[in-house]
Design a protein around this ligand. Structure first.
Ligand code: BMA
Length: 325
């Protein structure tokens, strides 16, 4: 049995796998957990990140507003399922007026690292790049420098320093609906200067043939970092976003130990198949209860609503090793 490194989250939202289910990842029966119109200003709420916070949970949510501008909002929940979101977008306090000039933000990730919550997101600065901020309380957010030059997406931090350095996965891209994309890693002594870039993994067949991008914060286990990521297939009807699983080396996480060939989840439920962008299953967060290995995965469905799914770390690792490409 794989040992998960991390904290106990005894109040993790959880439902056991339904009898007869053949999948390694299964949906919450009450999905979607966040409707598109939870707050008066939202057109849609999806691709969002939740973490344990205090006695409950907090998160940063992608809310596209009714002008169809992409915004980030704070949310809180007692149980990880029922959420209250601020109707106003997050106002970041920035180290620098130029960097703090808000264009747009989307697809946030939240990472507890040492003594604070780090937020990374796709930040508009003459095109999409990776914005970084930290918060202690989900009330005041301190924005620091962007990690990279444009264009980049899917910036995902590791939850501890590796060999003394902060480490981030990302996906260099272009300014549009990028028709390519591989996962790279970058390292930093201070969260400001990023370098020592390494290739991690690229496009492969089928569901991940057009582009891939890191999803939730990687989960540390004694067998490696468990990475859930999204992959895109170009069908005659447009992009289809699914999710898959890989295991990365603990000390040199640009080395892939194993990568599953099939997806672990793909758009199949009605709210994943229909919405503002049909056929999107886009995971941005996975909360793990370390002692049991239970995982609660938060994902955006059809760029419209937020869904919750479950998996077991042990089972995902065994499955990845058994179904490696
Ligand atoms: C990607 C990002 C995601 C989105 C997906 C499908 O490029 O913009 O936020 O879910 O496209 O539209």
């Amino acid at each position: 049995m794989a040992r998960v490194v991390g904290s106990a989250v005894p109040n993790l939202p959880w439902e056991p796998k339904p009898a007869g289910c053949q999948d390694v990842c299964w949906r919450y029966s009450g999905n979607p957990i966040i409707p598109r119109d939870l707050i008066p200003s939202s057109n849609s709420i999806f691709n969002s990140a939740a973490v344990p916070f205090g006695d409950g949970f907090a998160g940063v949510f992608r809310c596209d507003d009714r002008r169809r501008q992409m915004q980030l909002h704070t949310g809180f929940s007692p149980d990880g399922i029922n959420w209250t979101l601020d109707n106003e977008r997050i106002q970041f306090e920035s180290v620098n007026a130029e960097i703090g000039r808000w264009e747009y933000g989307y697809d946030p990730r939240v990472c507890w690292l040492e003594d604070r919550y780090w937020v990374t997101w796709c930040n508009g600065y003459h095109g999409p790049t990776i914005g970084i901020a930290y918060t202690h309380d989900f009330q005041t957010y301190h924005q620091i420098e962007n990690a990279y030059l444009p264009f980049n997406r899917n910036g995902v931090l590791f939850p501890r320093r590796i060999n003394g350095k902060y480490v981030m996965l990302s996906r260099p891209s272009d300014n549009g609906h990028t028709p390519f994309g591989d996962i790279f890693i970058s390292q930093s002594p201070d969260m400001v200067y990023w370098g020592e870039h390494r290739f991690v993994m690229g496009r492969a067949g089928g569901w991940q043939s057009t582009k891939i991008g890191a999803g939730p914060i990687p989960i540390e286990t004694d067998q490696g970092w468990l990475l859930i990521y999204h992959g895109v297939l170009t069908s005659c009807n447009g992009f289809v976003y699914s999710a898959g699983c890989a295991l990365l080396d603990l000390d040199e996480p640009w080395k892939v130990i194993a990568r599953g060939a099939p997806y672990i989840a793909s758009p199949q439920a009605p709210y994943e198949l229909a919405g503002d962008v049909p056929n999107v299953w886009f995971p941005c967060a996975a909360i793990c209860d370390a002692p049991t290995g239970r995982l609660a995965i938060y994902y955006g469905a059809a760029d419209t609503v937020t869904g919750l799914a479950f998996a077991q770390v042990d089972e995902l690792i065994e499955w990845t090793l058994a179904n490696r490409m």
